[in-house]
Structures are given as structure tokens and as C-alpha cells.
Design a protein around this ligand. Structure first.
Ligand SMILES: CC(C)(COP(=O)(O)OP(=O)(O)OC[C@H]1O[C@@H](n2cnc3c(N)ncnc32)[C@H](O)[C@@H]1OP(=O)(O)O)[C@@H](O)C(=O)NCCC(=O)NCCS
Length: 115
């Protein structure tokens, strides 16, 4: 699911062990629909990654996963193609960094204040 993310199985297991993963589960098909990985910090929560399987996209699953996070300031970094999605959910771009990702892509640092 996190195909665009260099997350190793070991790192993913660590997030799961710490309970830092939220899931949406399809109980009818007995399969995962989407997941959000986060890192709780003192002042904010960093959304590390979010992904929804293609067949479940555009059904509000990401929105529900983000709403399920504790009500704190949310921060994240992402590539250009997800900026409109996060802007739609109330995030703003704080700054950008060129050549941030391995393939030279720019990173967008975004945040949303506590609601
Ligand atoms: C981006 C992604 C996580 C969105 O998940 P999703 O479950 O389809 O999103 P939702 O259905 O919850 O959409 C929430 C809102 O954002 C809007 N939205 C969804 N994708 C959008 C996009 N690409 N651009 C702008 N708005 C978007 C929806 O219309 C919806 O708006 P509404 O609440 O007014 O109806 C999903 O497409 C995905 O997994 N993509 C591949 C992985 C990825 O890019 N992850 C993010 C980088 S870590």
C-alpha cells in the first residue's frame, strides 16, 4: 500500500508495535482499505504516511483517518502531487525544500493548526 514510500518492513513493524498506525478495515472483504502512520510529539503530530488502496479511494477514508488523530497541530512533508489533497483538508504549505527526496523531487512542508 505504501508503494511510494521507502518504509522498510522493520520500520513499519516498529510503528505498529508502538500503536502509531490507524487502519480502516473492510470487514465484508476482510481486507485493509487504508492506513495512516503517525508520530506523536509534544507540540504536534507528524503524519508520516497515509495511503488508501485504489479501489477505496475518494470515499472519505483518508479524511476519517486524519479526523481520528488526537486534536493537535498536524505537520507533514509530501511531494507536489499530494499538496492539493492536503490543502483541501485545511493544511497550508509552510516551506519547500528542493532535491529533498532521493529522485530529486521537492518536498512540501505542510501543517494544520489544532481544530
Ligand atoms: C491521497 C490519498 C491518501 C487520498 O485518500 P482518499 O481516501 O481517496 O481521500 P478522501 O476520499 O478521504 O478525500 C478527502 C477529501 O479530499 C479530496 N481529495 C482527495 N484526493 C484529492 C486530490 N488528489 N486533490 C484534491 N482533493 C482531493 C476529496 O474530494 C475529499 O473532499 P471532500 O471531503 O470535500 O469530499 C489516496 O489517493 C492515496 O492513497 N494515494 C496514494 C498514496 C499517496 O499519495 N499518499 C499520500 C502521500 S504520503
Amino acid at each position: 500500500m505504501f508503494s511510494d514510500d521507502p518504509l522498510s518492513r522493520r520500520s513499519l513493524q516498529r510503528f505498529i508495535n508502538k500503536n502509531h498506525v490507524l487502519y480502516s478495515w473492510d470487514y465484508v472483504k476482510d481486507t485493509i482499505r487504508g492506513a495512516l502512520i503517525y508520530i506523536p510529539r509534544r507540540k504536534n503530530i507528524r503524519i508520516y504516511s497515509i495511503a488508501v488502496l485504489p479501489e477505496y479511494q475518494k470515499q472519505g477514508i483518508s479524511k476519517i483517518l486524519i479526523q481520528a488523530l488526537p486534536n493537535k497541530k498536524l505537520v507533514l512533508e509530501c511531494k507536489d502531487y499530494t499538496v492539493p489533497f492536503y490543502e483541501h483538508l485545511g493544511f497550508s504549505v509552510l516551506k519547500t525544500k528542493r532535491n529533498y527526496y532521493k529522485n530529486g523531487e521537492m518536498a512540501y512542508f505542510m501543517e494544520r493548526e489544532k481544530l
